[in-house]
Design a protein around this ligand. Structure first.
Ligand SMILES: Nc1ncnc2c1ncn2[C@@H]1O[C@H](COP(=O)(O)OP(=O)(O)OP(=O)(O)O)[C@@H](O)[C@H]1O
Ligand SMILES: [Mg+2]
Length: 503
């Protein structure tokens, strides 16, 4: 039995028995193991820590032991045990349907694919209740190869509700670099893939024009050999827009546009299209306002402005993720667990940033977190190039706002005219609004005498950490009414550094 079939059978079996699919790391470990690879190689190929891969691997074998009612499954015998199991349980190999333990599992085997819309010469609209998990109809080849330690349950529930119940047409997942947008989208796909006829992930970075992006999508939906829907390579934008919308009507498609910030201009306010990408705005408007059964998921560090964005469009801002950060720190050789929360807070609960900083703690302080935190300034190290890229995208006005906030003792109340801001009050508002569209400033609101950030802001974490008073300045906010904004310690620190270098 070939490896891919074994993986798919196992995934379906686990889903049938536990209600959960393999997550991406489990899938990599299973597939690589079946291909004869050992943990060190798997860890290297998946850019993961050896200990983590080994732990997830052991848990996977344990899970399979429970599900298959087998004993002592390990890397060396996993393939033979799985093959024996499936051969003895497959009742009718001539069918496309594989019967495992009396559960009919829809498996698309290598030479026995169930008919898919893509293979039909004249496609028909899909029955939405049909359980379509045919990987033939998924193109995730441009998705990053990521694994996740923890699900963002609240965010996933919101996204599923918007998609399944509200039939939202455009969803933007907005957040800072490294906060986990792509991981979240991959988790979402895993949970809703059976609701869509097609799932297509496109990385905006790979497409110089909207037309080339649309052509690639249309060619996937209707390969060039199906003559009725054949597309010329670069059709005029309007025609291609209409063609794409027709497909979104005909099939229930989930399109993911990753790294959407690339269509916006640097040095301008957030969401300003590059001159040759203004046609994206027209496409978004059309997708938001036309009737169809599909969903466009935008992953971006910068919020797009969608004209006539009605109740069919939603934006989900994602913030620091405490659980994931805790778990990834556990994978490292770090001491002083009682100080980890402080470390997580200082770096905004951003999993990517924490990973980078954990390297520094290991390199500079032998993993001693207390020693690392004793540094009198916030250490940025390898975060600097990431922050530089973020700052390069800002308009002059936004930089001025960041510099100004960075020099304030407390969160700033923008409802009163600031004495020391070098531009007008309305300019301050304009800058703040734009920075909010990049998740670079956070609005505070008063709750039970304490200030919290909006929903999942790391501020709810900050609240827990008394020792942060010194650097986060959140608790000092006055108890008067107002509209208070603040920036994360990392942004503040980098802003100050940049300002000093410019003076
Ligand atoms: N839920 C999670 N569990 C564990 N690790 C996570 C999670 N989310 C993110 N990470 C870690 O953070 C890294 C960055 O995540 P991801 O690539 O999804 O960020 P992003 O927001 O898409 O960033 P960018 O804007 O640069 O594309 C991942 O490689 C992973 O190591
Ligand atoms: Mg990403």
């Amino acid at each position: 039995m070939d490896v891919q079939t074994l993986v798919e059978l196992t995934d379906n079996l686990l889903f049938t028995k536990t209600g959960k699919h393999l997550d991406s790391l489990q899938r990599v470990i299973l597939q690589s193991t079946l291909e004869g690879k050992k943990y060190p190689e798997i860890a290297e190929n998946s850019h993961s820590k050896y200990n983590h891969v080994k732990r997830v691997g052991s848990e996977l074998w344990q899970l399979l032991e429970d599900v298959l009612k087998e004993e002592d499954i390990k890397q060396s015998n996993a393939r033979s045990i799985l093959e024996n199991f499936y051969f003895s349980h497959i009742s009718n190999t001539a069918n496309d349907w594989v019967n495992v333990n009396n559960n009919h599992i829809n498996i698309c085997r290598e030479n026995k694919q169930s008919p898919s819309p893509k293979n039909k010469s004249s496609p028909t609209p899909t029955d939405q209740n049909q359980n379509n998990t045919n990987p033939e109809n998924h193109d995730l080849s441009e998705a990053p190869d990521l694994y996740s330690l923890c699900d963002r349950h609240t965010e996933l529930t919101t996204l599923k509700q918007w998609i399944n119940e509200n039939h939202t047409r455009i969803i933007t997942i907005l957040g800072l670099a490294g906060i986990g947008k792509s991981v979240l989208a991959l988790q979402l796909i895993e949970q809703i893939k059976d609701k869509f006829d097609y799932i297509i992930w496109r990385n905006i970075d790979n497409y110089p024009t909207l037309e080339s992006l649309q052509t690639s999508i249309i060619n996937f939906l209707s390969p060039p050999d199906s003559s009725s829907q054949k597309t010329a390579d670069f059709s005029p934008a309007k025609t291609t827009n209409n063609q794409l919308i027709n497909y979104l009507r005909k099939y229930r498609c989930l399109l993911i546009f990753d790294n959407l910030q690339e269509i916006f201009a640097s040095g301008e306010l957030a969401g300003t299209y590059l001159p040759d990408h203004e046609n994206y705005g027209k496409l978004f408007k059309q997708i938001a306002t036309s009737s169809h059964q599909s969903c466009l998921l935008l992953l971006s560090q910068e919020e797009p402005k969608i004209e006539l964005g009605n109740h069919y469009c939603h934006t989900l801002k994602i913030y620091g993720f405490l659980e994931a950060c805790k778990m990834l720190l556990q994978e490292r050789n770090l001491t002083d667990e009682d100080r980890w929360l402080e470390l997580i807070n200082l770096y905004g609960g951003n999993p990517l940033w924490l990973n980078i900083i954990a390297d520094a703690v290991e390199d500079l302080c032998d993993g001693n977190v207390a020693q690392f935190l004793s540094c009198s300034t916030l250490y940025l190290g390898d975060l600097e190039p990431i922050l530089e890229r973020i700052f390069q995208r800002l308009s002059e006005l936004e930089k001025q706002v960041i510099f100004w906030i960075a020099n304030q003792e407390t969160a700033v109340d923008i409802s009163i005219t600031p004495a020391d801001f070098p531009h007008s009050h309305s300019d301050l508002w304009k800058g703040i609004q734009s920075l909010k569209r990049r998740c670079l400033v956070e609005k505070l609101r008063e709750t039970e005498g304490l200030f919290e950030g909006e929903c999942h802001s790391p501020l709810h974490i900050w609240k827990e950490t008394q020792s942060l008073k010194r650097r986060c300045l959140v608790e000092k906010v006055m108890e008067t009414e107002g509209s208070f904004f603040t920036i994360q310690p990392v942004i503040k620190s980098f802003g100050k550094m940049l300002l000093a270098s410019e003076q």
